[in-house]
Ligand binder design. Structure first.
Ligand code: NI
Length: 207
């Protein structure tokens, strides 16, 4: 992340893409609460943890609701023109290709734009993806907390100059895999193929 990148909002449509490729593998090193980076040799303890959010049916949920299955977490926003739908399609393709995936996996799409992404909007959006996809939204504070827990960077593109209705969000684009115990297992950087994700998920759950 750098100032030049943040200021490149003239090309709003690709700001999502720039961040996704720019942050990529380094996002695990990003500490959202301090803006400093530190070297993490094992990210296990630093990703995940307790959260509360509202699902696409308007029900309050927490990390407890995701225990018992492996859960893929992906953070983005429904207004995203490219990165979020592309990544959700890749994850969906991987899960659609695994027999009985709904018994072994959750897929949680967490919005980092709760101001626009109401439960109703999330419900319409997740219907485009793997049938088990769960949409999570909530208050700004709910989202701040879960994004901090998952080391997810997000900010409104254009800052104060952003259009109040059609603004975009800059955000890191990483998929996290958590175990049935809620503990971090691994992440999939943006650009990982559906086939590679599928293989990893099958390996992890058949061991
Ligand atoms: Ni996006």
């Amino acid at each position: 992340m750098n100032a030049a990148m943040k200021k490149s909002t003239a090309i709003l449509a690709i700001s999502c893409l720039l961040l996704a490729t720019g942050i990529g593998a380094s996002a695990l090193l990003f500490a959202p609460d301090t803006s400093k980076t530190s070297v993490v040799s094992s990210g296990t303890a630093l990703v995940g943890g307790p959260f509360e959010a509202t699902n696409q049916d308007g029900k309050r949920v927490s990390e407890q609701d995701f225990l018992g299955k492996h859960t893929l977490f992906y953070f983005g926003f429904t207004f995203c023109p490219d990165i979020c739908p592309a990544e959700l399609q890749v994850i969906s393709a991987a899960l659609n290709d695994i027999a009985g995936a709904e018994d072994k996996f959750n897929l949680a799409f967490v919005t980092i734009d709760p101001a626009r992404d109401t439960p109703d909007i999330m419900k319409q959006y997740v219907a485009h993806f793997w049938p088990g996809t769960i949409g999570l939204t909530g208050s700004a504070e709910d989202i701040r907390k879960i994004a901090a827990a998952y080391r997810v960077y997000y900010t409104k593109a254009g800052g104060e100059n952003a259009d109040k209705d059609s603004y975009l969000m800059d955000h890191s684009s990483i998929t996290y895999l958590m175990g049935p115990d809620g503990k971090f297992i691994r992440h999939f950087p943006f650009g990982t193929s559906a086939d590679d994700i599928k293989k990893a998920l099958v390996d992890i759950t058949s061991g």
